[in-house]
Design a protein around this ligand. Sequence first.
Ligand SMILES: Cc1cc2nc3c(=O)[nH]c(=O)nc-3n(C[C@H](O)[C@H](O)[C@H](O)COP(=O)(O)OP(=O)(O)OC[C@H]3O[C@@H](n4cnc5c(N)ncnc54)[C@H](O)[C@@H]3O)c2cc1C
Length: 309
Amino acid sequence: MSVMRKLLLAGSTNAWLRERAVKAAFVRRSVSRFMPGERLEDALRAAAAEQQQGVHAILTHLGENLARVEEAEEVTQHYLEVLDKVAAQKLDAQISVKPTQLGLDHDPELCQRNQDRLIARAEKLGNFVWIDMESSVYVDRTLQLYKRSRAKSDKVGVAIQAYLYRTEKDVEELLKLGAAIRLVKGAYLEPPDVAYPKKSDVDENFYKLACRLLSQDARRPGALLHIATHDQTLVDRLLRHIAEHDVPKSAYEFAMLFGIQRGLQRRLVADGRRLRVLISYGEYWFPWYMRRLAERPANVLFVMKNLFG
Ligand SMILES: Cc1cc2nc3c(=O)[nH]c(=O)nc-3n(C[C@H](O)[C@H](O)[C@H](O)COP(=O)(O)OP(=O)(O)OC[C@H]3O[C@@H](n4cnc5c(N)ncnc54)[C@H](O)[C@@H]3O)c2cc1C
């Protein structure tokens, strides 16, 4: 892992840095590239604009690790309101939630209930809930939450991370359930006994896992693969695999972050592929923003350019 990536990921959890950086105009200018605004209305407007371009959306309210358990209710209420507004505005916009925001650290049963409330509302409105995957200490608990919800509804999917050694085994279990899976490379700072330290190994594992999840064996009711990457080489490799193995379009969608690799996004849509962009909003954007910087050193140059005008 590059020194730059390590520094940025370490900085993402630094409270001192966060307090100062969020006030700096040049940081706020550069974050606007990845985030249409801090308010839900900004995200809904962006989702409507994307929809006009044939791109569907996933909305996520930024925030991590709650200080008080009561905040989990506020977050749940917020997402219930998002689902209602999406339905009222006739948008094709799903939601994506972090279990720690729903109370996982404080009370796992409460977290499960909150998650199920969101899924029940999504089911009623014809929508869908994604569960984000956070750092590796949460993987077992997150998969447990997912499995319990999946037993009741197929309107729920979960993210899994190709950088973790364990994911290959998790995929085999999830596959049996007819799971909707968002496959990502993984965005957190993980030790080498847990995650592949070399990017080329992560990329290869992503390809291998995606092929497994696109296989005939994986096509069960409720199954769907979100190929969530901006990696053009990987996308093209998987498109070749899809063509060679006649994978039906109903088996997968592409997913990217709002504002990233727009050229690739346009190409996929023009080619008739289904694409969703994940639109983030909210005031607590600093750790998320630092993870985006860590993904691409060129983004740091972009911040520097903003600093100088
Ligand atoms: C829809 C979606 C949901 C996600 N959910 C989760 C989750 O639940 N848990 C989790 O751990 N991670 C999540 N991630 C983040 C993911 O783990 C990666 O950190 C992120 O997608 C970058 O990896 P990559 O696959 O795009 O490939 P990379 O190899 O990092 O990037 C490939 C190329 O894409 C471009 N690119 C990538 N990132 C950026 C960027 N920030 N700015 C500009 N260009 C960029 C660059 O051209 C780069 O060379 C999610 C990502 C997406 C797209």
